[in-house]
Each structure stands twice: as C-alpha cells, then as structure tokens.
Design a protein around this ligand. Structure first.
Ligand code: AMP
Length: 370
C-alpha cells in the first residue's frame, strides 16, 4: 500500500485526470499530471505538473523519477510512452490493457477470447474485403476506424451496397472494422475495479443515452431485469481478470430485446458513464481507481441513491450551471476547461434520487430536470 504523501503520476490532463487527482487528494496522495497542454483540467488541481509531449523521453524519465506509480486517464496515450516508463516505475494498468483498448480489432478479439459475447464483425483491409464483409454480415452495418475513434467519430453506417465506396474512402487509416448493426433496445455499461491482489468489485449496471453521438444521460441503476444486471457485472469482472488489470475498467454493452448483452467497447480507465458513482455510491469510480493503483483494499462500492447524470456539453448546456448550482438534489461538477467550444464536455450534473424511485417511472429519463 502506498502510504499517504506518496505521488501518483497521471498521464493525461483531462477531466478524468482531474477527478482522479481530487479523489487521490482525499486519500492523502499527491498527483503529478503529465500531458501536452498547460492549464488543462487535470493540471489545475495537480500538486505537480509536466507539460511535455508523450514522446519526450527526457521528460518521461524525470516524471518517472518523481512519482511512485503511474496511471493514465487518456486512452490514446501512445503505448510506447508506457513502454518507456514501465522499467522505471510501476504502471497501473499496464501497457497490455492500454494497447487492447486502443484498437477495436484487438479489443473484439480479446473480448471473444475472454468469453464475452460481441456482435458479428470482420476486419477490413481492402475494398474487396469490405465487399466480402458486407456479403457476410449483411446490411445495415457500421464501418469504423480501428483506432482513435470516439463519440461517433471515425464511423459510418452502411445502409445499401452503394454506401461502401465513399465510406471506405473517407475512413482512414486502414484497416477498418465492419460490425453488423445491432438492433439494441438499450445501451448499458458496467464498471469494475480490480486491485493489486486480484480482488474485483463492480458497480450497478447503468443505462446510457446519447445525443449527437455524445453521452447525454446515464441512468443508474439501469432499469433492467436482475438477470441482465448480474450478467453485465459478470462480464466486466471477467474482463478485468482476463486483462490482469489493476485499476478501473468500463465495458459498454448493447442490450438486445431478448435480454442478451453484446459488448461494444471497453475502456481501461475511469469512464464518463461512471460519473454517477461519485455521488450515488459510498465509493466512487475515481476513488476505487486511486485505491487500486495505490495498492489499497477495494471495498464494495455500494449505492445509497438512484441517480441520473447529465453531461454539460458545449456552452449552451453549460449556461445552466447557475440554475443547477441552486438545486439541492443535484451534484454539480465543472471541469475548468478554458475553451468552451460546442461539443466539448465542460462538466456534469448528477441528480440524486431516493433509492428505488427510478423503478416507479416508465421512462426514468423524464426524471431528469437538468
Ligand atoms: P462506439 O464509438 O463504438 O461507442 O459507437 C458509438 C455509438 O454508435 C454507440 O454508442 C451506438 O449508439 C452506435 N453503434 C456503434 N456500433 C454499433 C453497432 N454495431 N450497431 C448499432 N449501433 C452501433
């Protein structure tokens, strides 16, 4: 167990690093944030900071010497950065989980090997392979870049064979991945934390609703049959163990009308769909992440309330903060971003509801006043 006063190094200066650093401070740790942008949300609350590129070997060596353990909050940190740090300082999670999470083909392959169901998919390197994949999977289907895609970027829905040409030309670099279109009923996510000793704890399943391809609402707990919730938690726990992960892991899944869950994506880091845990659970995802990374015991996270988390995306949604700040049942989190462009996540607000209240509403999202 790292004693209080130790320093946790965080690669990435976004809001996930900021909230990790705040949780670390509550446990008596200092955080040293490493990233390319000064005055980023994470840097603002860090005890120490290095503004440097992820490929700056000298800066990485100094960073390694200054911290007791390294984690990351940004999944597109180059794997080579962790490779450079790993001989010098413990990195949690390790580079294997980072590499798998960065590549949709590696991710799908790993999920399947771990026994977690995914929808039908094909790797697509060439135009001819795309035609073969379309023939095999049928249409509609979703063509995606394998790397650096997020919030719906780097993907195209193919509805007719005529869509293939333009989508293949637009999306690069290749290889791409073609996924069968999943006619899901809902999107849910499960989050697990896994400790140094292999202990795994999981949060309640949550339902995610998107607007313009960006997460808009998370409703927790998801209003799904118990068997679905148990299955979702089992999937993320099995994945955390298969990855030999130390830290937090999110697994996004599609819920089919017949009750089956198909995994879509994983993220070996705190996740936007877990922000509700900060205010509705005894131990939130950022605290459990810090505990895992620092070698502390992992308590069951518990949940003392129902909740609906709303992302504050872009200046229009952020304009609501004075009103939200006046709501007694809303926990408000603002990330300190200096550039409030449309489409950027600037904060989130979680409405806390008495336990059990979501179950009484046909569409719990209507309980969100945010
Ligand atoms: P992703 O970047 O993979 O998380 O995809 C972003 C969103 O696109 C998901 O949250 C879904 O709403 C939708 N989507 C992605 N893949 C599929 C699929 N194979 N079938 C249906 N919808 C999908």
């Amino acid at each position: 167990m790292l004693p209080p006063g130790s320093t946790i190094g965080i690669l990435g200066g976004g809001q996930l690093g900021r909230m990790s650093a705040l949780a670390a401070a509550a446990l008596g740790y200092r955080c040293h944030v490493f990233g390319p942008e000064a005055d980023s949300p994470g840097m603002q609350v860090a005890a120490a900071r290095t503004v440097a590129d992820y490929t700056d070997a000298a800066a990485l060596a100094r960073f390694a010497a200054a911290v007791d353990v390294v984690t990351f909050e940004f999944e597109n940190v180059p794997a080579a950065t962790l490779d450079a740090l790993a001989p010098l300082v413990p990195c949690r999670p390790g580079v294997a989980a980072l590499r798998i999470g960065q590549d949709r083909i590696a991710e799908k392959t790993f999920l399947e090997a771990a026994g977690i169901p995914v929808g039908p998919w094909r790797a697509v390197q060439t135009r001819a392979e795309l035609d073969a994949a379309v023939a095999a999977l049928g249409l509609p289907a979703v063509l995606k870049t394998t790397r650096m895609g997020y919030d719906g970027r780097g993907q195209a829905v193919l509805r007719s064979p005529g869509d293939a040409e333009a989508a293949f030309a637009r999306l690069s670099p290749h290889p791409l991945i073609l996924e069968a279109f999943i006619p899901f009923e809902r999107e849910v996510s499960a989050i697990a934390a896994r400790g140094l000793d292999g202990t795994v704890v999981t949060f309640d399943l949550a339902e995610n609703r998107h607007a313009d391809h960006i997460l808009d609402l998370t409703i927790a707990p998801a209003q799904v049959p118990d068997a679905v919730a148990v299955q979702g938690r089992a999937h993320v726990a099995a994945l955390a163990t298969a990855l030999d992960l130390v830290g937090i892991l999110a697994l996004e899944m599609f819920l089919l009308p017949d009750g089956r869950l198909l995994a879509n994506e994983m993220a070996p880091r705190p996740h936007n769909s877990g922000h509700w845990t900060m205010d509705a659970c005894q131990h939130g995802q950022f605290e459990l992440h810090v505990r895992a990374v620092a070698g502390l015991p992992l308590p069951q996270p518990g949940r003392h309330a129902d909740s609906i988390m709303k992302n504050l995306v872009g200046p229009d949604s952020y304009a609501a903060w004075p009103r939200l700040a006046a709501c007694g049942d809303v926990a408000l989190h603002v990330y300190g971003k200096t550039d409030a462009r449309p489409g950027r996540k600037l904060g989130h607000a979680t409405r806390i509801l008495p336990s059990g209240s979501l179950a009484q509403h046909r569409d719990p999202a209507l309980l969100s006043p945010l």
